[in-house]
Design a protein around this ligand. Structure first.
Ligand SMILES: Cc1cc2nc3c(=O)[nH]c(=O)nc-3n(C[C@H](O)[C@H](O)[C@H](O)COP(=O)(O)OP(=O)(O)OC[C@H]3O[C@@H](n4cnc5c(N)ncnc54)[C@H](O)[C@@H]3O)c2cc1C
Length: 383
């Protein structure tokens, strides 16, 4: 029997626990610092077919049809003149059971949590120390308790403290010079868009995305705004809960986004976007890092959760085959997606009218070019 300790009950930790629990040779426990899993209702998540295929291995296809949505296209609009630029068929990579899916984050988290035996997740367990010198690693928590394990899986997110503990130095993510504003909105408030698709609005130094999170008319709104922040502002996280700060971000966004949309946003939240600059390889061969702790991507390819699921699945396969090393292909793949996410960010945020005109022309050509689509999207969605 192998004792497996997972740190963090986010998408990656919960998914790998579901896979490992299928094998009775593993004793799996998740330690989560909070008192519950994060079930903020409303906000959405997009999952492309590469992760849906892996989620189906734990019966994701059984989620009720009214609790998810399968958009067919990605419609691009210009925020300057509210005209549609072009559309991209994202359903071309779908198959009968494996479809591009949008849903509430809480639906996904609940599904992953419900797949686990009740006593697998231990809450209010914040890791503060790791001892890898002993044969069975020892993990110590803030409440004074400790556990021993054969394998340690670190999945504590972008700001992973556990990664810093095993590296014996502080590893910090980098501020991506952008703020995200997240909200929910009802479809009745949305005019002139195709409600069956994902709508992506390109503005100057900002872009917004609207998509359904279920078949009941609820939509997710997200806007990413380019914004430099001073070090003091970044270190004061309460700033992002401050009403005046949120109001200043809404005011900036409302200069470009339609007032009917802005006035109907509900449960608005602002947060800074942080990304990874490097992948860190643990020295100990039975310690693994997955999810955003492994590498936090910019959100402009909507691949964070999908990659968290892919990496978790790859680790599960490796453990089953007693191979305790990630292969170099994984590193190459993450770098490729990181580069494409940054390229999208650049293209989505142009502000010069001439470069915008050229970009729109290029986009109109590219979305019809099958070879390009197969290479740009297919390399992520299919391979
Ligand atoms: C604006 C934005 C939009 C996004 N949209 C999408 C999208 O549409 N599609 C997509 O695929 N991805 C998207 N993502 C990315 C996606 O949300 C993340 O990649 C994914 O949630 C990462 O999961 P995780 O399990 O690695 O980390 P997390 O979900 O952050 O979970 C980490 C867990 O570890 C716990 N923890 C932290 N520290 C400790 C500790 N010391 N001890 C114990 N527990 C600890 C935390 O409480 C948390 O529960 C988006 C990200 C952003 C910023």
């Amino acid at each position: 029997m192998k004792n497996i300790t997972i740190i963090g009950a986010g998408i990656s930790g919960l998914y790998i626990a579901n896979l490992l629990s299928q094998n009775s040779n593993y004793q799996v426990t998740i330690y989560e610092k909070n008192g519950s899993v994060d079930l903020e209702k409303g906000y959405g998540i997009q999952l492309s077919v590469n992760s849906i295929k892996l989620l189906n291995q734990i019966n994701f296809q059984k989620i009720r049809i009214e609790d998810k949505f399968h958009p067919n296209k990605l419609d691009f609009y210009s925020l300057k003149n509210n005209k549609k630029i072009c559309d991209l068929d994202i359903s071309m990579f779908n198959s009968t059971d494996t479809k591009y899916t949008t849903l509430q984050r809480s639906t996904l988290i609940n599904f992953l949590k419900d797949g686990l035996h009740k006593n697998i997740i231990h809450y209010n367990k914040k890791v503060i120390k790791i001892n890898e010198e002993v044969k069975n690693k020892e993990v110590s928590f803030e409440d004074g308790s400790s556990v021993k394990c054969d394998y340690l899986i670190i999945s504590d997110g972008t700001f992973s403290k556990t990664k810093s503990l095993i590296a014996n130095k502080e590893i910090k993510p980098k501020y991506f010079n952008s703020i995200a504003l997240r909200a929910t909105i009802d479809q009745d408030a949305l005019k002139s868009i195709n409600l069956e698709n994902i709508s992506l609005f390109l503005g100057s130094n900002l872009h917004s995305v609207l998509y359904p999170v279920n078949s009941k008319g609820q939509f997710n709104f997200i806007s990413i705004l380019r914004k430099k922040l001073r070090t003091e502002e970044l270190s004061d996280y309460s700033l992002f809960e401050n009403k005046d700060f949120t109001a200043s971000i809404i005011s900036k966004i409302s200069k470009q986004v339609a007032p009917e949309t802005i006035n109907n946003l509900r449960s608005i939240k602002c947060f800074p976007i942080f990304v990874s600059s490097k992948m860190h390889e643990p020295k100990n061969k039975n310690t693994f890092i997955i999810g955003d702790a492994f590498f936090a991507l910019p959100p402009t390819f909507a691949q964070g959760a999908s990659q968290s699921i892919e990496v978790a699945h790859e680790l599960y396969k490796n453990l089953e085959n007693e191979n305790t090393q990630f292969n170099s292909e994984r590193v190459k793949r993450v770098k490729m997606i990181d580069m494409k996410s940054k390229l999208n960010y650049f293209a989505f945020h142009l502000s010069n009218p001439l470069t915008i005109w050229i970009r729109n022309l290029i986009m109109q050509k590219l979305v019809k070019n099958e070879k390009f689509i197969n290479s740009y999207l297919g390399k992520i969605y299919k391979d």
